[in-house]
Design a protein. Structure first.
Length: 329
């Protein structure tokens, strides 16, 4: 027993052997010779050169005239289906084609006619129907594969007009156009994806460079502000604890005081008298700056305002002596 399984609308069809004759009871066909009847399908028997559809929803007994006399049987899908046919149309480049997908709504209205035609591949039939439109086949010749959007518009309008003027006709079926698609060719999609990703990567790289440059300028400005600004930056980033910063500040201030005292001790006797400044003013300013909590230098601020420090005469011949606590004797 040969069998042809193609899909739609003829699900399956094959010949039948002669029915067995029974003595005094007439002929009867073994039901195992018949295909199973799925929901939504109809059995069509070929009897004496004509086709008869068994539309009753009941089980066969095998003794029905059409069943006994049939030489072949077909199972026809009666439910409405969406059928897609795919058609290639050339572009202006021999390397590329556009692929058109037309979706039709299809429904069997006369199963006998469908069985007689042996219509097992409706998609192929619709492909032949669209291929008859020579203007459709030539639509892409003026366009490159990159002009896919323009081709989509042209193809959609052309197929809709063609189906309206020359409707698809298949004996025993009701057909109507539902949708027209022109998918993006795979090479174009892959190329466009690479270009898009590269453009996005460049945008991200430019943003990162801009942020980095702005951060560099900000840090440079902070460093120009001196150690206190650097310390504040560390505290804001939680890289330096506030207590550590306070301790370092006091230790730095103590080191500065000690350095100034050591510097005064190294000066020769009478050296302050030889400087072009008032020694007493210098000692007073130094003492003020060495006091805990001192933030300004009154003497140096006065020097800035006046332009220069005047050297006042001293009654004593020897310079004052400054002890370790910053007191002047």
């Amino acid at each position: 027993m040969s069998m042809n399984r193609a899909g739609y609308p003829v699900v399956v069809e094959y010949p039948l052997p002669p029915a067995r004759r029974r003595l005094l009871l007439g002929s009867r066909r073994d039901l195992t010779e018949l295909p199973p009847q799925e929901p939504g399908t109809v059995l069509v028997f070929e009897v004496n050169g004509r086709y008869e559809a068994f539309r009753e929803r009941r089980h066969l007994t095998g003794s029905e005239d059409a069943v006994v006399s049939a030489v072949s049987i077909s199972v026809i899908d009666m439910r409405e289906r969406l059928t897609t046919t795919r058609l290639a149309i050339p572009s202006n480049s021999p390397a590329d084609d556009f692929f058109v997908e037309a979706v039709f709504s299809a429904k069997v209205i006369r199963p006998e006619s469908v069985a007689a035609a042996g219509l097992t591949d409706l998609s192929g039939t619709l492909h032949g129907y669209l291929s008859q439109d020579q203007e459709l086949l030539a639509l892409g010749l003026q366009c490159g594969v990159e002009e896919i959007n323009e081709v989509r518009s042209l193809v959609r309008r052309r197929i809709m007009a063609y189906c309206k003027v020359v409707p698809p006709q298949v004996d025993g079926m009701d057909l109507s156009l539902c949708e027209v698609r022109v998918p993006t060719p795979t090479p174009l999609r892959e190329h466009s994806t690479v270009v898009r990703d590269e453009r996005w990567n460049q945008d991200v790289a430019e943003l990162r460079q801009a942020f980095e440059q702005r951060d560099i300028e900000r840090i440079h400005e902070i460093l120009q502000g001196g150690p206190s600004m650097v310390t504040a930056l560390g505290i804001s980033r939680r890289e330096i604890h506030t207590s550590d910063a306070v301790r370092d500040s006091y230790e730095s201030e103590d080191r500065r005081r000690k350095h100034m005292l050591d510097l005064l001790r190294t000066l020769p006797v009478g050296h302050l008298d030889s400087l072009p400044i008032d020694a007493m003013q210098f000692v007073t300013a130094l003492s003020a700056s060495l006091r805990p909590g001192a933030t300004e230098d009154p003497a140096l601020e006065q020097e800035k305002q006046q332009g220069s420090l005047s050297r006042a005469p001293r009654d004593a011949d020897q310079p004052p002596i400054v002890d370790e606590d910053g007191h002047v004797d």
